[in-house]
Design a protein around this ligand. Structure first.
Ligand SMILES: *[C@@H]1O[C@H](CO)[C@@H](O)[C@H](O)[C@H]1NC(C)=O
Ligand SMILES: *[C@@H]1O[C@H](CO)[C@@H](O)[C@H](O)[C@H]1NC(C)=O
Ligand SMILES: *[C@@H]1O[C@H](CO)[C@@H](O)[C@H](O)[C@H]1NC(C)=O
Ligand SMILES: *[C@@H]1O[C@H](CO)[C@@H](O)[C@H](O)[C@H]1NC(C)=O
Ligand SMILES: *[C@@H]1O[C@H](CO)[C@@H](O)[C@H](O)[C@H]1NC(C)=O
Length: 362
């Protein structure tokens, strides 16, 4: 009993130290390039997530002030937005890297998985026929954009109207909308989907019922972009193929996009150069990074990787399911608290707006 307590205590102290290191490293990034170069191939891109199980203890009732919401008086700094856009353009061009295009491949070509270079994927006729001819973001420019993460912080936020009022709305992992419209809105211009969603939510598209359910959800996209990271790791290719076949067969009105083979490394490179040592950027961070290319003002919603809100109330991991927070793991792919802290800092400088409170009703 006593030993267990001691172990727990140590664990807590250890966790606090690690968190402190995370939070204090922006100025002093350590260059463990070697370790970081070994990207793990486990898992996929996730949205707004945190692996810190013990963070309940650390962040429990009293959030550090830098995590508390300061939405009042936020103003965009257009100079800084332009600087960031230019900086990111040195690493990636979202207009190009948002998707591979048809002319780059022919059916039968082999692609090496980005995070698993030893394994390969054959470009099928189905996949090839769905590749866009040109970037779905070609010549796009928007005044305001929303990037919507999937944290439970959105529940009871009443942010639906505000989210839908943006010129371009980016959503993650084909999250459900209709039942949550008041809090998350309905407008979708760009929606990401990890292949694993097909297994987890749509029963592998194995029967008519689940296929209809999926077709209905895609209908909500209303002819906008569905972005599938299909070349990250082996495992989801069967599902990607199933989705593609269904889209072709039913002539579903969606514009497909499959991120370029260099996108994730380029995004990581940008943040690393800015002393944010992220092993594997989350979908949310990827979307923000890409959005800087074509949005003058970026508002983030549903980004909250903590099990409690600022008032100490529990916050669901996803607003729509019962997935639990992951255990803290240094081997895990994402670094949500670090990402969050970075976004918070950018918020305070007017580079983006990180919305973590309820929205004022018009
Ligand atoms: C972590 O979470 C699990 C299940 O959610 C719980 O049983 C366990 O006590 C938690 N551990 C700590 C250190 O909070
Ligand atoms: C906007 O950002 C730039 C670059 O960081 C900075 O020099 C400038 O002072 C900021 N302007 C305001 C009004 O904060
Ligand atoms: C890819 O195509 C090659 C040649 O057509 C074939 O030998 C190989 O088995 C295929 N690989 C997969 C994963 O389907
Ligand atoms: C279809 O598949 C889903 C998920 O695998 C399952 O829950 C459901 O019962 C199946 N429906 C029929 C009609 O077979
Ligand atoms: C679907 O798209 C059209 C054209 O972009 C737009 O006018 C309409 O409002 C959209 N409908 C929904 C439900 O988002």
């Amino acid at each position: 009993m006593c030993e267990m307590r001691l172990a727990r205590k140590r664990w807590t102290i250890c966790t606090i130290s690690i968190l402190l290191i995370f939070y204090k490293t922006t100025e002093r990034a350590r260059s463990d390039e070697h370790q970081e170069a070994q990207l793990t191939s486990e898992g996929e891109l996730s949205t707004s997530r945190l692996m810190v199980n013990s963070s309940e203890k650390v962040l429990g009732k009293n959030l550090p002030t830098y995590l508390q919401s300061t939405q009042e008086g936020w103003k965009v700094n257009a100079t800084l937005v332009t600087m960031i856009r230019k900086d990111i353009l040195r690493f990636l061009d979202a207009e190009r890297d948002v998707s591979v295009v048809k002319s780059s491949f022919k059916p039968g070509d082999t692609i090496h998985y980005i995070l698993d270079r030893h394994r390969t994927l054959n470009v099928s006729h189905t996949l090839h026929s769905l590749l866009p001819e040109v970037s779905p973001l070609k010549n796009k420019r928007f005044r305001t954009c929303a990037v919507v993460g999937n944290s439970g912080i959105l529940l009871k936020s009443g942010c639906g109207k505000e989210i839908d009022s943006h010129d371009f709305v980016i959503r993650c992992n084909l999250a459900p909308l209709v039942e949550f419209a008041e809090d998350v809105g309905l407008k979708s211009d760009f929606t990401t989907m990890n292949p694993s969603v097909i297994q987890r939510v749509y029963g592998g598209l194995r029967n008519e019922t689940v296929r209809e359910h999926f077709v209905e959800r895609l209908g909500m996209l209303n002819d906008s972009v569905l972005w599938i990271p299909a070349f990250m790791v082996k495992g989801g290719e069967k599902h990607v193929e199933g989705v593609n076949e269904l889209i072709l067969k039913r002539k579903l009105p969606v514009h497909m996009a499959y991120p370029s083979l260099r996108l994730i490394h380029a995004v990581r490179g940008y943040w690393l150069t800015n002393k944010v040592n992220i092993k594997r950027p989350s979908t949310g961070l990827l979307m923000y990074t890409m959005a800087t290319r074509f949005c003058d003002e970026i508002h983030l919603y549903g980004f909250w990787p903590f099990p409690k809100d600022a008032a100490g109330n529990p916050v669901k991991y996803h607003y729509y399911d019962t997935l639990k927070y992951r255990y803290f793991s240094r081997a895990g792919p994402h670094r949500m608290p670090l990402e969050f802290k970075t976004l918070k800092m950018l918020h305070s400088k007017g580079a983006l707006k990180l919305m973590t409170s309820t929205c004022r009703q018009a």
